[in-house]
Design a protein around this ligand. Structure first.
Ligand code: 3HC
Length: 291
């Protein structure tokens, strides 16, 4: 199957990152958000990132312009009717994804593949709300999408071999290295990452060290680019809490239970970098502030 036209639903951090990656690799991308403000914000973020690559001499201005010409922002769901491949990257919430996939299933061409960027929701459960569970797959990207080389593919119970093969091919065409996971809670990466972040939060709660000690420990002792508390802020504490819930519900293992401090920060509206405060404080540009 030749995939040329992509439709990305959701222009937040992940959706915009996926769209940027795809237009930079020659795909035509329709990027959809629910209103003009949100879609424009996504497009502005993509432009800013591409401009910065031009300023750093990593991209020609003409290449940036050609990439942006392949980006088609929209608020229309019906525009998905032209797509060969749809990637859903909306909020990590089953009800919202279910409603969207039901509608997309009615709009998309019969042969189009539907993919979800979910980090934790069972792919089989989402596929089952459509009439095309054989053409449905999990396609989990990592933040920041243009930089992180991995994509984690998950077959639902009825995903066909042809769908997996087409998605593997697309992943490589997007410059990513795919791995495949069974449809188990958290798939492969979050199965490892969630207990790691949770343990760091428990260590902080128990006073084992300061937030800086804990993050330095992972950065300098394990060679991680970010410590677990910084990374939790980067992913979003609300998102991490949601993923903990899915893993705990699916696996009933205390390692995945949300630490009380995480819940308290989310209750307080401290969602991490995106809200300006989490384990650390951030300015409007996302840069860390001293406090
Ligand atoms: N979008 C696009 N590009 C970005 C970016 C963003 N949000 N943030 C940084 N970059 C690019 C920069 O432009 C720069 O590109 P260049 O090398 O071509 O100039 C490069 O990344 C490095 O950026 P910086 O020099 O500004 O900063 P760092 O060297 O500190 O790197 C980082 C920033 C890439 C974010 C690095 O800290 C990192 O790799 N952190 C860990 C990220 C990670 O683990 N992500 C996975 C999260 S888990 C997940 O997403 C799954 C979900 O289900 C929870």
């Amino acid at each position: 199957m030749t995939i040329k036209q992509l439709y990305v639903a959701g222009a937040g951090l992940m959706g915009a990152g996926i769209a940027q990656t795809a237009i930079s690799h020659g795909f035509d991308v329709t990027l959809r958000e629910v209103d003009d403000n949100l879609v424009n914000r996504g497009v502005e973020n993509i432009k800013r990132r591409l401009d910065s690559l031009v300023q750093k001499g990593k991209l020609e201005a003409a290449q940036r312009d050609a990439a942006l010409a392949r980006l088609h922002p929209t608020t229309s769901l019906e525009a998905a009717g032209r797509a060969d491949f749809v990637i859903e990257a909306i909020t990590e919430n089953f009800d919202a994804k279910r409603d969207l996939f039901k509608r997309l299933d009615g709009i998309c061409r019969e042969e189009a593949i539907l993919a979800s960027n979910t980090s934790s929701i069972p792919v089989t459960r989402m596929a089952a709300v459509t009439k095309r569970p054989d053409r449905f797959i999990g396609m989990h990207f990592f933040n920041p999408v243009p930089v992180m080389p991995l994509v984690e593919l998950t077959r639902g119970r009825d995903t066909s071999d042809a769908t997996l093969a087409a998605t593997l091919e697309l992943s490589k065409a997007l410059g990513k290295t795919p791995i495949t996971s069974l449809d188990y809670p958290g798939f492969i990466v979050n199965r490892m990452l969630v207990p790691f972040i949770n343990e760091a939060i428990r260590a902080l709660t128990e006073g084992l060290g300061t937030r800086e000690d804990i993050d330095q420990g992972a950065r300098l002792g394990l060679h991680h680019p970010m410590g677990p508390l910084e990374l939790a802020d980067f992913v979003g504490l609300d998102t991490h809490l949601y993923i903990c819930g899915v893993l705990y519900e699916g696996l009933h293992d205390a390692r995945f239970a949300a630490p009380p401090l995480l819940r308290q920060l989310v209750d307080a509206g401290h969602f991490g970098r995106k809200s300006g405060r989490g384990f650390y404080r951030y300015g409007p540009d996302g840069a860390r502030l001293a406090d």
